[in-house]
Design a protein around this ligand. Structure first.
Ligand code: UN1
Length: 514
C-alpha cells in the first residue's frame, strides 16, 4: 500500500532519495507505506526560508498497531538469523548511506538547517556506526567465569531483546537514530522509529533506503517508521508492553516522562537528554586552539547540539584575552543559507527557538549577565540570529537551564577546584572539556573529584564525539549510553548459564541439603 506525499516542493537532490515518488505516514516494511488520504497533515517547514517543503500524513492509531505488530512478527525470525548475517545486511545499509551521502546530507540541511558540511558529517556518523555494527556482529561477547563447583562450567550469553522503540530529536535526524538502530539490528532486535515531527523527511528518506536494502534480502519489518506527535504516538510507545526498550533523545522534561512510563511497566530505557556543557580554559591553555574549539562547539549546528558548548569557565588572568579572541571569531561567522558551502552558521530550527533565545537574553541583565556580542534576530524569511557571547558572574538560574540556541556564557574562576565546582554545579552532566598544558590540571579534571559528566575531554571541545565511545551523560542528562564501546549490551538480554557435567550435584555456597 503506497501513496504520495500530500505535496512536496521539488529539489533535485530529493529525487535521488526517492521521497518525491512514493510515500508516507507509517511504514512497516518494503512496499508497505500507509495511505495518506484522510490523514491529518503535518507541514514540513524549512528553517532556511520558512517555506513549506512537504506535507506528511500523521500516522493513525491503526497504523501504529500495524507497525508494532509487524515489528513483533519479524522479531520472531530476525532473532534466529546468525548475527554475522544480520551484520552483512547492515553492511549493505552502510553502502547505501555512502552512495547517498550527498543528497541525504543536503536533506538534513534543508529540513533542520545545519550547514551542509555538518549535514554530510551527520550521514558520515550514520555510516560510521553502521560499519561499527558490522564488526560488532561477529562479537557480542559473553564472559566465562570460574565455577566454584567441580566439573561445572559457567558463562554468560547474550540474546536479542525484542522490539526497540527509538524516539529521536530534530537536531540529529539521522545519526542518533543510527546509533540505536544499527546496533539494535545486529543484536537481533526489530524496531519502531518515531522521529521528531520537525524532521519527518529525513526519516522517510532513510526508511526508503532500508526498504530497498531489506527487499533485496527478501525481508521487511526489521526497521519500521511511525510519524506522529509525542502526546499521541510517543505516549502510546512508552506505555506499550510490546516494546522492550525505549531509547529516547530530547529534553529533560520529555525524558522524565519516558522514565516514569517505562519504569512503571519495568521496561528498559536509554535516555539522552539535555546538556549544559562547559569548557574550562586554564591560564596556561593554548588560546588559539581553545578559541577554535569554542567556536565550533558554540556556533556549530547553530548551538543546537546536545553537546553544544554553552559555558566557558575561564581563568581570571586570561578571560579578557579569550573573550576578545572569541568576539573577533564570532564577527567572522558567515550567517545565512546553510546549503551555501561558504556559510558557517545556518538558521535555528523554527521561530519558537528564536523566541526562546531572545527571551533568555532579555532576562539576563536581572541576573548580572552582560551581552558582549550578538543575540539579535535577523530580518527576513528564515530563523536567523547572531550567536551571542554573554559575561556572567557564575551559574545563575538562567545559565543552569539549557537554552537550545547559540548563547555562550562566559564566567571567571580563580583555582582549578573552583573551575571544577563550576563545571559540576549545573543539573545536567553530558560533555565537558579542559584546555590546559598542565598534566596536573588535566588529570585532576579527569579524576573521581573532577568532571561529573559522561564525556570529559582534554584540549578538545565538548561536541563532535566519535562513535567508537559510549555517548551519554549523568544527572539530568538521563544516564543513558549509546553508540560505541559496550552500549550494545542494552539492546540484548544477558543470560547466565551454569552447566553441570559431573555425576554429582554439589550445591553452591557448600550447602548440604537433605
Ligand atoms: C546530539 O546533539 O544529540 O558529539 C548528538 C556530537 C555528535 C552527536 C551529537 N557526534 O556532537
Amino acid at each position: 500500500m503506497s501513496q504520495s506525499l500530500a505535496s512536496l516542493q521539488r529539489y533535485d537532490f530529493l529525487k535521488e532519495l526517492g521521497i518525491g515518488e512514493v510515500n508516507s505516514g507509517a511504514c512497516a516494511g518494503p512496499e508497505d507505506w500507509a495511505d495518506v488520504s484522510g490523514k491529518e497533515l503535518l507541514e514540513v517547514i524549512s528553517p532556511i526560508d520558512g517555506s513549506v517543503i512537504a506535507q506528511v500524513g500523521l500516522s493513525s492509531e491503526k497504523d501504529y498497531d500495524h507497525v508494532i505488530e509487524a515489528a513483533e512478527c519479524s522479531f520472531q525470525k530476525w532473532r534466529l538469523v546468525p548475527a554475522p548475517k544480520r551484520g552483512a545486511i547492515i553492511r549493505d545499509v552502510a553502502s547505501e548511506l555512502r552512495r547517498l551521502k550527498e543528497p541525504l546530507g543536503k536533506l538534513v540541511t534543508l529540513e533542520m538547517g545545519k550547514i551542509v558540511e555538518e549535514g554530510y558529517g551527520e550521514v558520515q556518523e550514520a555510516m560510521d556506526i553502521a560499519d561499527f555494527a558490522v564488526g560488532l556482529s561477529r562479537q557480542l561477547y559473553g564472559l566465562s567465569m570460574q565455577s566454584e563447583r567441580p566439573n561445572h562450567r559457567m558463562y554468560e550469553q547474550w540474546h536479542p531483546l525484542g522490539v526497540v522503540g527509538i524516539i529521536t530529536a530534530f537536531n540529529f535526524p539521522v545519526a542518533v537514530w543510527s546509533w540505536n538502530a544499527m546496533v539494535a539490528a545486529v543484536c537481533g532486535d526489530t524496531m519502531v522509529w518515531k522521529p521528531s515531527t520537525k524532521t519527518p523527511l529525513c526519516a522517510i528518506a532513510v526508511q526508503h533506503i532500508l526498504n530497498r536494502v531489506l527487499k533485496s534480502h527478501g525481508g521487511g519489518g526489521i526497521f519500521t517508521l511511525i510519524i506522529g506527535k509525542g502526546a499521541r504516538i510517543g505516549e502510546r510507545m512508552i506505555n506499550d508492553k510490546r516494546i522492550a526498550l525505549i531509547s529516547s533523545t530530547g529534553s529533560t522534561a520529555m525524558g522524565r516522562r519516558v522514565a516514569e512510563a517505562t519504569s512503571k511497566r519495568l521496561a528498559r530505557n536509554i535516555l539522552e537528554l539535555g546538556g549544559n556543557n562547559a569548557i574550562i580554559v586554564a591560564e596556561d591553555a593554548n588560546l588559539d586552539l581553545a578559541t577554535r574549539a569554542i567556536l565550533f562547539g558554540s556556533v556549530g549546528t547553530a548551538g543546537q547540539r546536545c553537546t553544544t558548548t554553552r559555558r566557558i569557565i575561564a581563568q581570571r588572568k586570561i578571560i579578557d584575552d579569550l573573550v576578545n579572541r572569541l568576539v573577533n571569531s564570532y564577527k567572522q561567522v558567515r550567517i545565512g543559507n546553510p546549503l551555501d558551502s561558504s556559510t558557517v552558521m545556518g538558521p535555528l530550527v523554527d521561530q519558537e527557538a528564536v523566541e526562546t533565545m531572545i527571551k533568555a537574553l532579555a532576562n539576563l541583565s536581572s541576573q548580572g549577565g552582560k551581552i558582549v556580542y550578538g543575540g539579535e534576530r535577523l530580518k527576513g524569511p528564515g530563523n536567523y540570529v547572531t550567536p551571542a557571547i554573554v559575561l556572567v558572574p557564575g551559574n545563575t538560574q538562567l545559565v543552569c537551564e539549557e537554552t537550545f540556541a547559540p548563547i555562550l556564557y562566559v564566567m571567571p574562576y580563580d583555582t582549578i577546584d573552583d573551575a571544577i565546582r563550576l563545571n559540576n554545579e549545573v543539573p545536567q552532566g553530558l560533555a565537558s572539556s579542559i584546555f590546559t598544558e598542565s598534566l596536573k590540571y588535566a588529570e585532576k579534571f579527569l579524576s573521581a573529584v573532577g568532571s561529573d559528566c559522561g564525556i570529559a575531554n582534554v584540549n578538545i571541545g565538548t561536541s563532535g564525539a566519535e562513535i567508537g565511545g559510549a555517548f551519554g551523560g549523568e544527572k539530568d542528562t538521563g544516564g543513558g549510553r549509546e553508540a560505541g564501546s559496550d552500549s550494545w549490551k542494552q539492546y540484548m538480554r544477558r543470560q547466565t548459564t551454569t552447566i553441570n557435567w559431573s555425576d554429582d550435584l554439589p550445591l553452591a555456597q557448600g550447602i548440604k541439603f537433605g
